[in-house]
Ligand binder design. Structure first.
Ligand code: SAM
Length: 290
């Protein structure tokens, strides 16, 4: 087969596929993007790779050549049948027919490493994500605190900007702080919408999240830290004072005193705060005497 485009056209014809829009099916047909995803993930035989949404198996086939083991999680039963047939001769391939949000990834990783008798040492996640659930998937991967080295994923360009933004700068959202807390994020390659069949309306970007071993701020209560951030971004145009008091995190009096003590203006908005400032705020609010 000459190219990924030919291969994809062949599979679409052979299995009479019409992409399911509601499952975010946009198949990648760009050789350069595929090669860049694979090379940036730096996969080797000691790696256990989890692929989310393998579709027709474009990334999967490259991953299988390099990884010790690949477990692909796919919701669409038609894709699952195609993948089972396509990769039946690979003994390092496993497919899980399930919604990724429902899979116990901790258990999956534990079992795979255990069964490999020491061959599999690192865990990497690689995916061209279904865009309709990008945020819940990323949040799950981070909040589950998986023993994962890197997460290399294709996402919508605007989402990539938000995930890789610097907290306190432009293009941020609550998820920016969450990603920054858990990972070092970088942009890998821009991928135009013409690189997919069918072409989505938006352009895409591959990003890589390298999971941190040491967190960038010290927190007395992680849950409160994320609660404060989410409340600050819930109503973007609201001040931090209103955002936090509306969410019931503390009374206006306490928040006003906190802003004064932390040298912040009463009109400050969450989006202008650095991750250190959010850490100071949540550490301040945990003290019962405040
Ligand atoms: N990896 C393929 C590629 O690059 O051509 C397909 C990527 S396509 C953007 C997203 C894939 O995720 C589809 O195959 C879709 O069926 C699958 N998918 C959608 N929702 C899912 C879910 N909740 N859990 C697992 N897979 C899902």
């Amino acid at each position: 087969m000459n190219s990924i485009l030919d291969e994809t056209k062949f599979l679409i014809k052979k299995y009479n596929i019409s992409a399911n829009k509601s499952l975010g099916q946009n198949f990648l047909i760009d050789d350069n993007a595929v090669d860049t995803i694979i090379s940036s993930a730096q996969i080797n035989k000691n790696d256990f790779v989890i692929e989310i949404g393998p579709g027709l198996g474009t990334l999967t086939s490259k991953l299988l050549e390099q990884a010790g083991k690949v477990t692909a999680i796919e919701l669409d039963n038609k894709m699952v049948s195609i993948l089972e047939e396509r990769f039946k001769f690979y003994n390092n391939f496993e497919i899980i027919h399930e919604d990724v949000l429902k899979v116990d990834l901790h258990d999956l990783i534990k079992q795979a490493l255990l069964l490999s008798n020491g061959q599999l040492k690192n865990v990497k996640i690689v995916a061209n994500l279904p865009y309709y659930i990008t945020t819940p998937i990323i949040m799950k991967l981070l909040e589950d605190r998986l023993p994962v080295e890197t997460i290399t994923v294709m996402v919508q360009k605007e989402v990539a900007d938000r995930l890789t933004a610097i907290p306190g700068g432009k293009n941020t959202g609550a998820i920016t702080y969450c990603v920054y807390y858990y990972c070092e994020a970088k942009q890998v390659i821009l991928v135009p919408n013409s690189s997919f069949i069918p072409a989505p309306e938006v352009n895409s970007e591959v990003i890589q999240l390298k999971v941190r071993k040491v967190f960038p701020v010290e927190l007395q209560n992680e849950d409160l830290f994320f609660k404060v951030i989410k409340a600050s971004f819930m109503q973007r145009r609201k001040t931090l004072l209103n955002g936090l008091s509306n969410a019931g995190i503390a009374s206006k009096e306490v928040i006003k005193k906190m802003l004064l003590d932390l040298n912040l203006s009463e009109n400050v908005r969450g989006e202008s705060l650095t991750i250190n400032q959010f850490a100071d705020i949540s550490n301040y609010l945990i003290k019962p005497c405040n």
